[in-house]
Unconditional design. Structure first.
Length: 134
């Protein structure tokens, strides 16, 4: 699962014109994601994915961290009738787009991010898992 997810994130970055990047993806529990959300974003609640762009200045490499809550991903997968693996891909794509500056504070931004992440999931997850059961 991790190699196809890395390929997806790399392709998202390349399509955005990012040639140099250093990203980490951490799969965390509910208490950790809540603490990150509270301490750094001011929201005292559990969420599915959080991204932090740690890049320094223009022209350098994109540096960022993506934190995905596995338990929330599982709950969302059940709610949306998809596999947990597919939902993890979706959240990795979502987090990567946040690192690129995309946001979903308004309807237009929400629709754009949704379209981009779903396109990435279809292109990468579906291809990586073709012929396997969810």
């Amino acid at each position: 699962m991790f190699a196809p997810m890395k390929r997806m994130m790399t392709e998202i970055l390349l399509e955005a014109g990012v040639e140099r990047a250093e990203l980490s993806v951490s799969f965390v529990g509910r208490s950790m994601i809540r603490r990150l959300n509270r301490d750094y974003l001011g929201h005292d609640r559990v969420t599915d994915v959080i991204s932090f762009n740690l890049s320094e200045g223009a022209g350098g490499a994109l540096v960022g961290d993506v934190y995905i809550c596995v338990l929330v991903a599982r709950q969302q997968a059940a709610r949306f009738a998809v596999s947990a693996e597919e939902e993890l891909f979706r959240l990795a794509a979502h987090g990567t787009y946040h690192l690129l500056g995309y946001d979903h504070q308004d309807t237009a931004g929400r629709e754009e991010m949704h379209e981009l992440q779903e396109r990435a999931v279809v292109r990468h997850f579906k291809r990586a898992w073709a012929g396997t059961s969810g």
